[in-house]
Design a protein around this ligand. Structure first.
Ligand SMILES: Nc1ncnc2c1ncn2[C@@H]1O[C@H](COP(=O)(O)OP(=O)(O)O)[C@@H](O)[C@H]1O
Ligand SMILES: [Mg+2]
Length: 388
């Protein structure tokens, strides 16, 4: 089996996926909007295009004739995927899943209205008038997000009346794509949040990885750990929900399903039909296969006999502090590498932005070790490394 896989989006998650797929003999064409993207550095071939441009997408699909298309990001003209599926190309996990999760509206309505899952109350708005009304209905505090955005871009929390117009302006400025619409969500004062990595298989049941806890700042992930503290009841609820949403969206591969845990209950938040950034903790050997190995196996239809917790582990991000157009340098690697039972990845991104994720530190310990301990070590390793 040697499949030609076109990877749409070539960041750090795509890079790890590429390595995992190559290790089992597959051929990868990495695509992104800029040259030198992390996955391009390790792929067999690459293309640089604007993936929101449907014509350019069609062109490279016709040129390479991939067997499988693997999206790594949301900002893609995913409407084209239905056509590629008709041409006999396997879209991962499915055209429907990639298209529905491209903007927050389709997936939120599917979860809340069609599947009746518990989510934060929400409203949409396309004008400032509608926005003010929506905020009134949802109440303060509330969370405002552009429909098309990720990593917290354009997202803000409205705490007082005076934040309202600011939040509207910010969402517009930072949203991407061609939809100028925002979602206003009830603020959930959660106790913690988790990602439940879920694997749907071609010939086998859906599998759930041990839950991953994480902490976000500015809507972006700062650290994650596995296993997360969660009651049996909450975990079972989360599995039921993850099973229902992934079944409805269809296809096979790995999914990152996000939940808020509050007052003994579980709120569905959102999901990504691909490896999840908080799931980088699995690179520390915390479970039987990393999320990238699981994705590769699942999309190729290879069986996954079981997924077990192998270690307690944590990841902590390494961020850039300034904007720069040149390949940055990294200091402190000697110090970072001296910690036992740790590791790190430097993604090799060619340019930086303030708070752009440039690397990740990993720490692990035997099953049963408190995740507070591994979290602290991962953070210490991350703090050694500076992007200059
Ligand atoms: N309704 C909400 N209530 C409380 N916190 C929220 C809410 N929505 C988002 N957040 C916080 O912001 C983070 C990012 O929001 P999310 O909807 O996952 O956006 P993204 O697609 O950018 O990851 C969440 O992980 C959570 O920490
Ligand atoms: Mg999220």
């Amino acid at each position: 089996m040697r499949k030609k896989i076109m990877l749409l989006g070539s960041g750090e998650l795509g890079k790890e996926f590429t390595i995992a797929a190559q290790r089992i003999g597959q051929y990868i064409i990495a695509v992104d909007s800029y040259p030198g993207a992390p996955a391009m550095q390790v792929a067999h071939e690459f293309e640089v295009i604007d993936m929101l441009n449907g014509e350019l997408l069609d062109k490279i699909v016709a040129k390479h004739k991939p067997d499988i298309i693997v999206p790594e990001i949301e900002a893609i003209r995913t409407e084209r995927f239905y056509d590629y599926e008709k041409q006999g190309i396997q879209v991962v996990p499915s055209a429907r899943a990639a298209n529905f999760t491209m903007d927050r509206k389709a997936i939120r309505d599917l979860a809340a209205k069609e599947l009746g899952l518990k989510t934060a109350a929400y409203r949409y708005a396309t004008t400032l008038e509608e926005f003010r009304d929506a905020v009134k209905v949802i109440g303060l505090p509330c969370v405002v997000k552009p429909l098309m955005s990720s990593s917290g871009k354009g997202q803000s929390t409205v705490k007082t009346e005076s934040d309202i117009d600011k939040a509207w302006g910010y969402a517009f400025e930072k949203g991407r794509g061609d939809k100028n619409e925002v979602i206003v969500e009830e603020f959930i004062p959660f106790d913690s949040e988790i990602t439940l990595l879920t694997v749907t298989q071609k010939n086998g049941p859906a599998l759930f990885c041990p839950p991953i806890g994480h902490r976000q700042e500015r809507g972006d992930y700062m650290e994650s750990w596995q296993p997360a503290a969660i009651s049996d009841y909450q975990l079972n609820e989360a599995k039921k929900i993850a099973g229902a949403v992934t079944r409805s969206l269809n296809g096979y591969g790995i999914w990152g399903v996000e939940f808020f845990l509050a007052k003994g209950t579980v709120y569905f938040s959102e999901l990504s039909p691909r490896p999840h950034d908080t799931g980088m903790v699995t690179l520390a050997g915390s479970q039987t296969f990393s999320e990238f190995e699981l994705h590769a196996r699942a999309i190729l239809g290879l069986p996954i006999p079981e997924i077990k917790l192998e270690r307690a582990a944590a990841s902590a991000v390494i961020l850039a502090k300034t904007d720069s157009q040149n390949y940055p340098k990294y200091t402190g690697l000697e110090k970072a590498a001296a910690f036992p039972q740790t590791n790190f990845r430097i993604f090799g991104k060619p340019f930086t932005r303030v708070n752009r994720r440039m690397g990740v530190a990993l720490a692990y310990a035997p099953v049963g070790t408190s995740t507070d301990i591994v979290r602290k070590v991962a953070k210490e390793v991350a703090d050694c490394i500076e992007v200059v």
